[in-house]
Design a protein around this ligand. Structure first.
Ligand SMILES: NC(=O)c1ccc[n+]([C@@H]2O[C@H](COP(=O)([O-])OP(=O)(O)OC[C@H]3O[C@@H](n4cnc5c(N)ncnc54)[C@H](O)[C@@H]3O)[C@@H](O)[C@H]2O)c1
Length: 346
């Protein structure tokens, strides 16, 4: 009993020191930190100001899914995981700007191009939750277009709270058979395009000292991928970008995290070569033209939750959490939704 009280006392004392430290820190910041650091003195008594509220706050029901009146931007929102995230954000109270190229990206993309009607369908689903939705046709490789979009969204919605960098392409091509574009276009689109997205939107968040970036990486950004090296390298690069941006933007209360889906059924993955690779990855010899069912049957026993692949709606709830105020202290982190596939990796 005695020990317990002592423990409580020690914890209380430590908390007081922490609060005192925070007050001093806030005072230094608000009084002009350069001057305060140069002088190296304690603040004058009575000059303490309360630090801005930080942290996830008190427990309340559903706080990990509350996005009421937040303004979100989702790139690659015409379909697939981007669409699911946009609609799930709206279902949880956010207004959403959906951005997509809605056209061909590069001959180095294995997926068929998205169309304007796809983006319009996403917008319709967002609006069906009573939320505002603007559509933007833009290419994430064009940072000028993204900066213009950021200005326009700020004018239209008054702020930007959340940005999901989802747009990407994939290329299956052995290193020994690659054209220059099989490497260059995938890196340019996925890595440079994601960096453009962060660079174009971050100033809006920094100015308001609030923001959430969610960058789509992949399990292929955590290990090598036979015959998809440019995609794998682009997704590893996004991890480096995510962690670096988290280091730089944390002081502005802007979090940056990576969302890491396992294999998900979308246009990115729904074609013969991908099914063959999915079977080959399990150590089985793929037939010449495998059916989706054959790919599922081969993969499912190797995944802890016994699924051949996931659906986009399996991924989007994690994006909602990372975008919510409940995730206030989550940054520089990787959030995996893989059906358990990630349990095999370090
Ligand atoms: N499907 C999976 O198994 C899987 C797994 C891990 C990670 N991911 C990642 O999730 C994200 C979404 O993938 P998906 O499976 O939904 O793909 P998808 O092909 O269905 O959707 C991608 C969207 O991005 C858009 N896009 C691509 N390049 C663009 C550009 N330059 N500018 C603007 N828009 C552009 C496309 O038009 C398309 O609408 C990607 O980052 C992908 O790498 C997917």
């Amino acid at each position: 009993m005695q020990d317990e009280n002592n423990g409580k006392g020690a914890r209380h004392h430590r908390r007081e020191i922490l609060i005192g430290g925070a007050l001093i820190g806030a005072t230094l910041a608000s009084a002009g930190s350069a001057q305060a650091q140069a002088i190296g003195t304690m603040p004058t008594p009575g000059s303490e100001v309360a630090p801005p509220p930080k942290g996830a706050g008190a427990i309340k029901p559903a706080r990990g899914s509350m996005l009421q009146d937040k303004v979100a931007v989702v790139t690659g929102a015409a379909r697939g995981i981007g669409r699911a995230i946009a609609v799930e954000f709206a279902a949880n109270g956010a207004d959403v700007v959906v951005l997509d190229i809605v056209g061909p990206v590069s001959p180095a993309s294995n997926a068929k191009p998205a169309e304007p009607a796809d983006l319009a369908e996403t917008a319709k689903r967002v609006r069906s939750y009573g939320r505002r939705c603007n559509e933007i046709h833009a290419d994430i490789r064009d940072i000028g277009a993204l900066r213009q979009a950021a200005d326009q969204i700020e004018r239209d919605f008054g702020k930007i709270d959340i940005v999901v960098a989802d747009a990407a392409i994939q290329r299956w091509m052995p290193l020994l058979e690659m054209q220059d574009s099989d490497w260059r276009d995938v890196i340019d689109n996925n890595l440079n395009g994601t960096a453009n997205t962060v660079r174009a939107f971050a100033p809006k968040m920094v100015a308001r000292k609030y923001g959430r970036f969610i960058l789509l990486s992949s399990m292929q950004g955590k290990h090598g991928t036979k015959n998809a090296s440019s995609y794998s390298a682009s997704k590893w690069g996004i991890m480096g970008l995510m962690k670096s941006a988290a280091l730089e933007l944390g002081e502005y209360n802007v979090t940056v995290n990576a969302l890491i889906p396992g294999l998900v059924d979308t246009e990115l993955t729904r074609y013969q070569a991908r099914y063959k690779n999915a079977i080959a990855e399990t150590g089985n010899k793929p037939p010449e033209n495998p059916s989706p069912q054959q790919a599922w049957d081969s993969r499912a026993p190797t995944v802890p939750l016994q699924v051949g692949w996931l659906e986009p709606e399996d991924i989007s709830p994690a994006a909602v959490f990372l975008a919510s105020d409940a995730a206030a202290m989550v940054t520089g982190a990787e959030y995996e939704v893989t059906g358990g596939d990630s349990a095999k990796d370090v």
